[in-house]
Design a protein around this ligand. Structure first.
Ligand code: AMP
Length: 116
């Protein structure tokens, strides 16, 4: 069984986090080290370590992550200008926390998709 990360404690409100949205499937909170004026992490409440572990049974939660990202972007006032949704996977993807998460970043022009 996959090992829990600090994100499970955030979902259960056992440690402090700036939670901006939570429902029965997903939780969203501000990144502790923001890389842009808006930087929010959206995660499923169920532990899926990486994108490689996504199963058909997870599709509802994984789909909710995108609709919630769109709602948060509207709430943050960045929907019209645009933003970026990022899921890092494993070492080449730069994943640090092994509870799948979608970064919602925006609030300024983000430049090229990948550093060259
Ligand atoms: P990744 O590199 O895609 O795994 O991203 C992990 C992200 O989690 C980083 O942007 C961290 O700043 C963020 N992070 C780690 N711990 C916390 C925390 N306790 N609260 C909020 N964000 C966190």
């Amino acid at each position: 069984m996959a090992e829990e990360t600090i994100f499970s404690k955030i979902i259960r409100r056992e440690i402090p986090a700036d939670v901006v949205y939570q429902d029965e499937l997903v939780t969203a909170f501000r990144d502790i080290a923001p890389k842009a004026p808006t930087h929010i992490l959206i995660i499923p409440n169920v532990l899926i370590p990486t994108a490689n572990d996504a199963q058909p049974a997870h599709e509802q939660a994984l789909g909710r992550m995108i609709t919630v990202a769109a709602k948060i972007a509207r709430d943050e006032g960045i929907a019209e200008d645009g933003y970026r949704l990022i899921i890092n996977c494993n070492s080449h993807g730069g994943q640090e926390v092994y509870h799948i998460h979608m970064h919602l970043v925006g609030g300024q022009p983000l430049g090229p998709m990948l550093a060259s």
